[in-house]
Write a protein that binds this ligand. Structure first.
Ligand code: TRP
Ligand code: ZN
Length: 896
């Protein structure tokens, strides 16, 4: 590597330890929006465990170098270049002092130090710290930080950084300062500072060992009335990690700060988490039930990183899933425990179903395209492009499989050993796997393939019953089908798949399970150790021909292929004791029917719905023994994106026609039932975002959405108009508005337009609600007479639209390009032209956000020929104009 060139592709195999270490760092900031000066003093020494380097290479980007001194003496031989700073001839141990400047006010990338609403914020993961100062900006260089912030006191009364506040005071010229010290060693990606006019909701609690802790949620003054739920979520998170994993908060003070310009959800900076406002601010008037649940999950996620990510961090960015997969698993379990405790299986299943829906819709799609990569990638061009569904969600499934294999107690033993071995270290995914293996006395060498093989495994199942011998055999075969080329290259051999199975008798009850070789029957769900390419398992003493319940609770992230008849699926939907598989049976039934209809729609053939689907759905709808939240999920059809992905050639228009046809049929055939459900599940009285109340609202609003599909949607318009006007919460108000918009596609209604206008006026000062206003319009159904691209283009000129704010860009541009497939994939290519324009515009402002949008076309090869060619043209246009490494990697991989 020369001074100025970073290699185009970074490979995992090229990892080498750092040539230098940093024993401590002292940072001084003079915060001024146009030009902030940073003085950085580092105690450095050569790494005894690395080869001796000729030079010290520090990373740095978009910095203006002011001065460099080694042991207090100006260093003449320091060379600043586009990617950093090179120092020849440094001693073995030395103090390095660097002064540099950066321009936060001009920083539209939202990486490094930037200004948002006149306040200062930082975002350093993954490689943002090098935009603040020259540094060894890699996660295996851990050190202790002492940080002094200086700024104008009137404009920036609050000055925050990681750890403990050790000193503060006034300076000349109306300025003041604060000095912070973080006692824990950390990598640079966990550094943070915040400065500005902010206020905090505070709580003091005692942690499990009796120590007093100060908790703060910092926001802009007008948002203080929306912080209670985030604070409660934080307290619940702290308690949960103490109880479930024996992990205590290690700082005296823990802060959350909300910022409205943010690239992702939130960031786990040590002791100073910085959050997108979307995942902090909530009150009943502005936030939906989903928002409340997401806030709890994200607050939990970032808090849980304090141990899984911060105390034990990643050796290099290829190990990202070490912290992200594990922390997503932890936040999923937290949410499940909060909803259903350890034992309410139906409430837990609701959370599980929601998570699996996301995985199958988004991660399976990623796995089937040009960005397919293993949970632990082998190479990258831009690490920001690898904060993916695979690293996060599939990574969480991989962690979940340990718990499925070893049980909760065995998993806990593994976690305990992991912290015992690695607290304070930067480690690799292998270290986690070895801790789990050693704590449970099992060789997990084969399990490593879950980290190194890309693509979605397919398990095909064949069964046979021998009535005379009372034996039932289950033969499992695993492979990857016709995987994407990017995935195929990584596939080496069979996986260790924990395959949970149950057998159901004629009366709908589970049969006792005894595998051949076992002395007695035990339990009704068995986790099979499926390790070979093909393997047969034999159950004995099976007194009648059973119906298999396969992959219970989705015990592994795979596709299961088994030829159920429609009757069998209806039976499972009615009887399976595993709530996940009850839901799954309904989805299989609906998916099969919808795909058959989509194939007919693609040929413009007439559509007809099998009565068995209506009957099965009707039974769920009216089964009052099932929780409303579960029924809502069971009655929700698979998404258009998921269905299109299942077709040999994705045809969004045909999928949309088929799905709408089924929705209308279900609406009409069950009209009375929907009306009754609407009535029965109202939630009068004060609003509470509990899972139970949210379940009632969800089912009621699903009924409203179905009623809005009727050719004559008069009932829906009447109910929605009243609901909109009377709602005391955002869930009901937004659902009513959405129903009015849907109803107006079959029959123009002035109610939709006036509700839309009212909604804007009412919430003009609430940016997160205005985001919903944009998103609802961008995702609405269109017609030949009213294509939604026209609506979107018009909204782009609305005074409230601002492409520099990621939440706003996502609410309009991403909603249209990723969440309205039938309109986005219009045959005239108008959606793709719009996409290309917006990717290019964002590329110049915020490459991370631009690259996310760029991914909307990555599955282009899988579409019908007409669409495919237009998508290729749009991709080529972007490829010819792109500036950032982020977007370039996406479009170049797509076009290969
Ligand atoms: N580590 C963060 C999380 O998972 C996410 C994150 C990664 C992030 N890179 C970021 C957030 C860039 C904002 C900007 O919680
Ligand atoms: Zn995370």
């Amino acid at each position: 590597m020369t001074d100025t060139a970073t290699p185009a592709v970074i490979h995992r195999a090229d990892y080498a330890p750092p040539a230098f270490l940093i024993d401590s760092v002292t940072l001084e900031f003079d915060l001024v929006p146009a030009r902030t000066i940073v003085k950085n003093s580092m105690r450095m020494r050569r790494n005894p465990d690395a080869a001796r380097a000729a030079r010290l290479e520090l990373m740095g980007e978009q910095l203006e170098l002011v001065s460099v001194a080694v042991n207090g003496v100006p260093h003449a031989a320091a060379r600043a270049h586009e990617h950093g700073l090179t120092l020849d001839d440094v001693p073995d141990t030395f103090e390095l002092t660097i002064v540099s400047a950066c321009a936060p006010a001009e920083n539209t990338t939202l990486s490094g130090l930037y200004v948002s609403s006149d306040n200062f914020f930082t975002q350093c993961e993954a490689e943002g710290f090098r935009r603040i100062t020259y540094f060894l900006d890699r996660p295996d260089v851990m050190t202790t930080y002492t940080v002094t912030l200086r700024a104008d006191k009137a404009a920036y009364p609050v000055l925050l950084s990681n750890g403990n506040l050790i000193e503060e005071g006034d300076l000349a010229d109306g300025r003041h300062f604060a000095k912070w010290e973080d006692p824990f060693k950390k990598p640079s990606y966990l550094f943070a500072l915040v400065a500005g006019r902010l206020v905090a909701l505070e709580e003091r609690i005692k942690s499990v060992s009796g120590k007093e802790k100060l908790l703060q949620v910092w926001v802009e003054p007008h948002d203080l009335d929306k912080t209670r739920h985030a604070m409660e979520s934080l307290i619940h998170s702290i308690r949960w990690d103490e109880e479930r994993f024996g992990l205590e908060l290690d700082l005296d003070r823990f802060m959350i700060v909300a910022v409205s310009d943010f690239n992702m959800g939130a960031m786990e900076n040590k002791g100073l988490n910085i959050f997108n406002t979307k995942y902090v601010l909530a009150n009943p008037e502005t936030a939906t039930d989903t928002d409340f649940a997401n806030i709890e999950a994200v607050v939990g996620h970032e808090y849980f990183h304090n141990w899984t990510g911060n105390r034990v961090t990643c050796r290099d960015w290829f190990q990202l899933s070490l912290k992200e997969g594990l922390t997503v698993f932890r936040d999923q379990e937290f949410s499940a425990d909060m909803a259903g405790g350890a034992t309410d299986e139906t409430a837990r299943a609701v959370k599980r179903i929601e998570d699996v829906r996301v995985l199958r819709q988004m991660q399976f799609a990623e796995d089937s395209g040009p960005m397919a990569h293993p949970v632990r990638p082998e190479s990258y061009v831009e690490i920001n492009n690898f904060y993916t569904m695979t690293v996060y969600e599939k990574g969480a499934e991989v962690v979940r499989m340990y718990q499925t294999l070893f049980g909760r107690d065995g998993f806990r033993r593994g976690m305990d050993l992991y912290f015992k071995r690695h607290d304070g270290q930067a480690v690799a995914c292998d270290d986690f796997r070895l801790a789990l293996a050693d704590a449970n006395g099992r060789d997990l060498a084969q399990f490593e393939r879950w980290y190194s093989q890309a693509g979605t495994p397919r398990v095909t199942v064949e069964t046979a019953y021998d009535a005379d011998a009372q034996r039932y055999t289950v033969t499992l075969k695993q492979g990857y089908g016709d995987a994407a080329p990017a995935a195929r290259a990584t596939q080496k051999g069979p996986l260790l798949i924990p395959f949970a199975i149950g057998l159901i008798g004629r009366d709908g009850a589970d049969l006792p399970l005894r595998l051949e070789g076992e002395s007695a029957a035990s339990g009704t769900t068995r986790v099979l150790d499926f390790t070979e390419t093909e393997q047969t398992f034999t159950f004995v003493d099976v007194r009648e021909a059973p119906l298999p319940s396969l992959l219970r609770n989705f015990s592994a992230p795979v596709v299961v292929e088994y030829d159920y008849t429609a009757d069998e699926l209806a039976f499972l939907l009615a009887h399976d004791s595993d709530p996940f598989n009850r839901w799954e049976a309904g989805q299989r039934l609906a998916t099969r029917e919808l795909l058959a209809l989509a194939a007919r729609a693609a040929e413009n053939a007439p559509l007809q719905l099998d009565d068995s689907v209506v009957t099965a759905f009707a039974r769920v709808l009216t089964d009052e023994t099932l929780s409303p939240a579960f029924r809502e999920l069971a009655l929700m059809l698979p998404s258009e994106a998921y269905l299109a992905e299942q077709m040999a050639e994705s045809n969004p228009a045909a999928v949309h026609r088929a799905r709408q046809f089924v929705r209308k049929r279900l609406a009409a055939a069950l009209r009375e039932a929907w009306l009754a459900i609407y009535d029965r599940h109202r939630t009068p009285g004060a609003y509470a975002p509990t899972p139970e109340a949210a379940g009632h609202r969800g089912l009621k609003n699903l009924a409203l959405a179905y009623l809005a599909e009727l050719d004559d949607p008069a009932d829906a318009v009447k109910l929605a108009t009243a609901q909109y006007a009377e709602a005391n919460n955002m869930t009901d108000r937004a659902a009513a508005l959405s129903a009015l918009l849907a109803a107006s596609t079959s029959k123009e209604t002035p109610a939709a337009e006036s509700a839309l206008a009212d909604f804007y006026r009412r919430f003009e000062k609430e940016p997160l609600v205005i985001d919903k206003w944009f998103a609802l319009q961008a995702t609405q159904r269109g017609s030949a007479a009213r294509p939604i691209i026209d609506v979107v283009r018009k909204l782009m000129t609305h005074p409230a639209f601002n492409i520099k704010n990621p939440n706003r860009a996502r609410s309009l541009i991403f909603s249209f390009c990723s969440a309205n497939p039938a309109q986005f994939h219009a045959e005239d290519g108008s959606g793709y032209a719009f996409w290309a324009e917006q990717v290019i515009a964002l590329d110049a402002l915020n490459p991370q956000v631009a690259a996310r949008l760029a991914r909307a076309l990555e599955l282009w090869r899988r579409y019908t020929p007409v669409l495919r060619e237009k998508m290729r043209a749009a991709l080529e246009q972007v490829a010819s104009q792109v500036k950032s490494r982020d977007v370039r990697e996406i479009v170049e991989k797509a076009l290969v």
